[in-house]
Design a binder for this molecule. Structure first.
Ligand SMILES: Nc1ncnc2c1ncn2[C@@H]1O[C@H](COP(=O)(O)OP(=O)(O)O)[C@@H](O)[C@H]1O
Ligand SMILES: [Mg+2]
Length: 254
């Protein structure tokens, strides 16, 4: 299991992640929910070993990940929030690059990549440059790249962004299937509805601090709590799109 012990990160002395503690167990999908700027991506960067904590420790299987960081990183799959891809490579070439960096043998790697591209409906575009891909297609490449080496831990940071409805539904089922394979899964998102559908446990982060840590079943009860009401206001999808649209049209006439 993965344990966060008083995890904190400060940038120029300003706390961004503040004394975060929780546990993620295999087969659990831990949702990490919070408004923009709450500190989710910063937490994920520490959990993947990319950013050292300012304070506190992360333990995996009882050992501080900083002690054997390279070994830990081998076990990690990560879909970052910002899709840094190489636009001049084709989707297939990018996956080959990632697979080789992960030391997967060429024969198995190519087989995996072709199957993955087919399952993600990207096979017809496999030789096209990533520069020509839509946001959703890029996102699928990033998700595929995180899965190639069959990692024990998976960190998804706003991983659904840009996916069309069908792809998003496949992705949600995939997350659940990975959980039943015994993976540790961390699912960060600012969208309440998505986290609610995918996760088994929810941690709510606000201004760098954990304000709730509970099962998804408890979520609706948590939402009624006066102390959390304001936070949930920021997390819910706006319910009155027509009114907003009408107001925009009116403002254009001013
Ligand atoms: N490298 C950095 N240097 C300074 N401030 C940062 C850095 N990375 C993130 N921050 C700040 O930390 C806060 C949390 O950011 P982030 O973890 O990306 O939030 P979230 O993913 O929840 O939207 C924001 O106010 C952001 O501006
Ligand atoms: Mg973020």
């Amino acid at each position: 299991m993965l344990e966060l012990l008083g995890l904190s990160k400060r940038f120029s002395g300003i706390p961004v992640v503040n004394d975060v503690c929780f546990v993620a167990r295999p087969s659990e999908v831990v949702g990490y929910l919070g408004p923009n700027g709450a500190g989710k991506s910063t937490t994920v960067k520490m959990l993947t070993g990319l950013l050292p904590p300012s304070d506190g420790e992360i333990h995996y299987r009882g050992e501080n990940i900083q002690k054997r960081l390279i070994d830990y990183k081998r076990r990690v799959g990560y879909v970052p929030e910002e899709p840094y891809l190489y636009p001049y490579l084709s989707g297939r070439e990018y996956l080959q690059l990632v697979g080789r960096l992960r030391s997967i043998r060429d024969k198995i790697l190519n087989e995996k990549i072709d199957l993955l591209l087919q399952l993600f409906s990207l096979f017809p575009h496999r030789y096209a440059a990533i520069a020509s891909y839509s946001k959703g297609m890029r996102q699928k490449i990033l998700i595929g790249a995180a899965l190639l080496h069959n990692p024990e831990l998976l960190f998804f940071d706003e991983a659904e962004s840009g996916l069309d409805i069908t792809s998003a539904l496949v992705f949600r089922s995939l997350v659940k299937a990975l959980a039943s394979e015994g993976k540790v899964i961390f699912y960060s998102s600012h969208i309440l509805e998505v986290v609610e559908k995918v996760c088994s446990k929810i941690i709510i982060l606000h201004k760098g601090r954990v304000v709730a840590n509970d099962s998804v079943e408890q979520l609706r009860i948590l939402m009624q709590m006066p102390s959390l009401e304001g936070i949930f206001q920021q997390l819910l999808v706006q319910r009155d799109p027509e009114k907003t649209a009408a107001e925009i049209v009116e403002l254009m006439k001013l």
